[in-house]
Ligand binder design. Sequence first.
Ligand SMILES: NC(=O)c1ccc[n+]([C@@H]2O[C@H](COP(=O)([O-])OP(=O)(O)OC[C@H]3O[C@@H](n4cnc5c(N)ncnc54)[C@H](O)[C@@H]3O)[C@@H](O)[C@H]2O)c1
Length: 242
Amino acid sequence: MADRVAVVTGAGSGIGRAVVFGLAASGARVVAADLDDAAAAATAGAQDGIVAHQVDVGDAAAVDALRDRVLAEFGTPSIVVTAAGWDRTAPFVAATEEFARRVVDVNYLGHVWVARAFLPAMIEARGGALVTIASDAGRVGSSGETVYAGAKGGVIALTKSLARETARYGIRVNCVSPGPTDTPLFAAQAEPLKEALIKAIPFRRLARPEEVAAAVQFFASDAASFITGQVLSVSGGLTMAG
Ligand SMILES: NC(=O)c1ccc[n+]([C@@H]2O[C@H](COP(=O)([O-])OP(=O)(O)OC[C@H]3O[C@@H](n4cnc5c(N)ncnc54)[C@H](O)[C@@H]3O)[C@@H](O)[C@H]2O)c1
């Protein structure tokens, strides 16, 4: 990854932060973008080669401003990772319009805006890797996370279609689909749901963020040079989707 430019959203916490640390440790220069300014700054301050940027991925203009800064200061990124995500567990019938729209804005359209912002430069550069973070909720469903699961299923289809559209330019687009992972997002879920999920995981524990980041690092690297349009679950065997 030496001297490659990488952009990671959701970089202030959990999986996104672990992705940033992994890419920076392998020599990439990383732009760590997050809604939470202080969290992005803390990620950037923890290791060399990382700069912070505040962004709401649900805001297309803000994502374009991130793109403008990255292109001006670092040039075209060869790695873009869309890890920002947000949800609250609740019965589907309790979803307000405001909640459902925010879930879709962050967990589906956020990926669309980031891909739309960076792909033109990557197409011009004839290469690069885009890695989306979906969720196994989007592959097999998840009770209490219905709108989120729909958005994540959309991310999987978006990934495959982008892979088809951009392969001719040498760009690879793949998706990492985490199962329950030990991050603040998971910790915020209801206690009975958390216990039931951990019991159902064949390894009987949560994923560590670093274990999800390892799959992202693989897709971003030259080791995955002939892989595009794929979805890889990192779930301790909880899901074994065909
Ligand atoms: N933790 C899990 O069990 C789990 C399971 C499956 C999928 N995921 C997915 O993994 C990704 C990372 O989640 P995590 O568990 O590390 O969560 P996390 O809450 O620890 O980190 C998510 C980060 O995204 C940021 N963020 C939220 N909304 C944003 C926005 N609009 N714009 C920019 N940044 C925003 C948050 O500030 C936070 O720093 C998400 O896409 C999530 O849906 C997580």
